[in-house]
Design a protein around this ligand. Sequence first.
Ligand SMILES: [Zn+2]
Length: 297
Amino acid sequence: MVIAFDIGGTKIAAARVGAEMTANEIGRLPTPTRDYDAFCAAIADLAGPGDEPIGISIAGVVDPRDGRLTVANIPCADGKSLAADIETRLGRRVSVLNDAKAFALAEAAVGLGKGHASVFAVIIGTGIGGAFVLNGRLVIGSTGSAGEWGHGPAAATRTVAILPNIRCGCGQPGCLDTLGGARGLERLHRHLSGIEADSPNILTAWQQGEPDAVRTLDVYLDVVGGALANAVNILDPDIVPIGGGLARNGALIAAIDAEVRARTLGSRAMALCVPTEAGPEKGLVGAALYASEIALS
Ligand SMILES: [Zn+2]
């Protein structure tokens, strides 16, 4: 049994996760984003008494060299050694994992990746995330950022479109993350057509064959599919489960799959990119799997 947490910029959800890998929610609290002591106290409150290990999935990168977090939307925890601080406070084993990595572990163990040796799990939500699991083990990387395919230059090489050059939250100009998520699709549509619309409306217009939306999606698929094809060429995974808000549109994921398969070296008869859910449940299960792995190591 593990007490698992899914921590985002607005809420902290906690659940008990047992050997059967189902998450039974204990409770949730709003995330204290400005007061680190209140943030740690909220985790301690939800964990309650006991000695089960604690596994945390959080929307930030954990540096494996010193355990420090880089987390933009919870400023009070940025730069902090969260696992060590909660361990000291509660006297329990604590592990902290990036949310895309938790999603990937859950997909590999109990999701679409089950039975596959190599799983590159991708999130296309507000922004872009990803993580790689090989033979059941998460690939962390030397700085904790393995699989973060959203933070490299975006390019439109098939459509030769001029892309908006926006500074990314990571500090670099023109990252895929600024164009590939839901906000990015909206930005791209505004840039190419001058039309202000939200991502569900853009996708509906695309599916109805509206010319401006068709043009935007052609460029979007070039940019996102091209970048994902690069990642697939490097990792050559068995399957790419895709979660996040935009993955709820099956036609979009099928179009991304067609783009990726046309632009990768290896030929595949079956779909590679497949839609799945990346909800709190996946984060909780992934955090619990990682905590169990750490407890056994
Ligand atoms: Zn970036």
